[in-house]
Design a protein around this ligand. Structure first.
Ligand code: ACO
Length: 335
């Protein structure tokens, strides 16, 4: 039996900065509303044709592989989490295998939205614990901006999301008191439509609908979010799943050195911080700069925190996510 540990981290965000004032030129919104409700000041949007979910993931992955001190052909398995794949199918995992020219290892796609990276880490962790693989490349990447409703109709959703990618290399660790101690995953599908993008999907007969019907008032091609309902569920589930992870390892909130919450809303992070009695320097937030990058938000935040020297060997690092599905989860790491 082994543990897995994160040996390399990397992230990539597009250069194109979109401020709240930029958005207010496209829709009826304003900087004050966005900052007050979400904490977001700006986000990155891919300039059309410059990047895709896959190419951003590949850029983040190259940095993570380099920092892990391994070669691309030491990668035994690829896991790619996203809700915004380049193609309906195949998923971006195989595109990474191709673009990085990695030997023909398995490539798995994870469709768990904001919890995607936590789910992906959990899957990778099991493969390493069982001894099946030694090094796994885990990517979270999102290109939201090409699929958002950039009119006033979509303002409740579109101001929140940003583009970007983060990646981690998970490697075998012989010391089972270090690395990933445990992961905890949940779902509650009864709320699936409260935060969703219904089309394209076979349930919508999407090819026929798009080509034949082409109804300009059909909003099902854009993300929908019942914001207040999602918010209320998020604060409860974040807390539950962090406590679940701590209890499973006989740990207490005071043992946390650094919490990296999924960057859904600064108010959610602040609520959790207060609930767990954590100082500002114990909770990493970057939603102000990047918005909600869904599956990419935790690996981007983790990489930034690591680059800033906020994570030391022996620290207890907690990752926690909540999002569409609803799905939620946590990862407890002894760094
Ligand atoms: N600019 C200006 N006004 C706006 C905007 C905007 N961008 N968006 C909505 N409004 C208006 C609404 O129309 C409404 O007006 P009304 O009172 O006249 O009807 C008013 O502002 C309040 O709207 P609410 O939706 O009630 O605003 P709320 O305070 O709930 O904030 C928000 C919305 C920020 C989305 C919040 O509910 C939230 O963060 N929810 C949780 C998000 C989350 O955790 N998502 C999970 C991860 S995402 C994933 O998994 C894909």
């Amino acid at each position: 039996m082994y543990n897995s540990k994160i040996t390399g981290l990397g992230f990539f965000v597009p250069e194109n900065v979109v401020t709240n004032d930029d958005l207010s030129k496209l829709m009826d919104t304003n900087d004050e509303w966005i900052q007050e409700r979400t904490g977001i000041k700006e986000r990155r949007h891919v300039v059309y044709g410059e990047d895709t979910t896959t190419t951003m993931g590949v850029k983040a992955a190259k940095i993570a592989i380099d920092r892990a001190g391994i070669k691309k052909d030491d990668i035994d398995f690829i896991i790619f989490a996203t809700l915004s794949p380049d193609y309906y199918f195949p998923g971006p995992g195989v595109l990474v295998q191709r673009d990085l020219d990695i030997k023909t290892v398995g490539a798995l796609d994870v469709r768990n939205q904001c919890s995607g990276f936590v789910y992906a880490i959990s899957v990778g962790d099991q493969y390493i614990k069982s001894g099946m693989y030694k090094n796994i490349l885990v990517i979270g990447s999102e290109l939201h901006s090409h699929g958002l409703d950039m009119t006033t109709r979509g303002r409740g959703v579109s101001v929140i999301f940003g583009d970007g990618a983060g990646a981690a290399v998970l490697s075998r660790e012989k010391d089972t008191s270090r690395g990933i101690l445990s992961t905890h995953l949940h779902s509650e599908g009864q709320h699936a439509e409260e935060l969703s993008l219904i089309a394209p999907g076979m349930g919508k007969r999407w090819v026929n609908d798009i080509i034949k019907d082409n109804d300009p008032n059909d909003e099902s091609y854009f993300p929908y979010m019942n914001g207040q309902f999602v918010f209320k569920n998020a604060v409860v589930r974040f807390s539950e799943v962090i406590m679940e992870g701590l209890s499973a390892n006989n740990l207490k909130p005071t043992d946390i050195d650094l919490l990296i919450p999924h960057q859904a809303n600064l108010r959610i992070s602040q609520f959790i911080q207060k609930q767990f009695g954590l100082r500002d320097d114990q909770v990493y937030n970057n939603i102000m700069k990047y918005g909600n990058t869904t599956a990419a938000s935790i690996p981007i935040a983790l990489t930034e925190a690591w680059e800033q020297g906020m994570i030391k060997s022996g620290d207890l690092v907690v990752l926690a996510a909540f999002g569409s599905g609803f799905t939620w989860g946590s990862v407890i790491i002894r760094w």
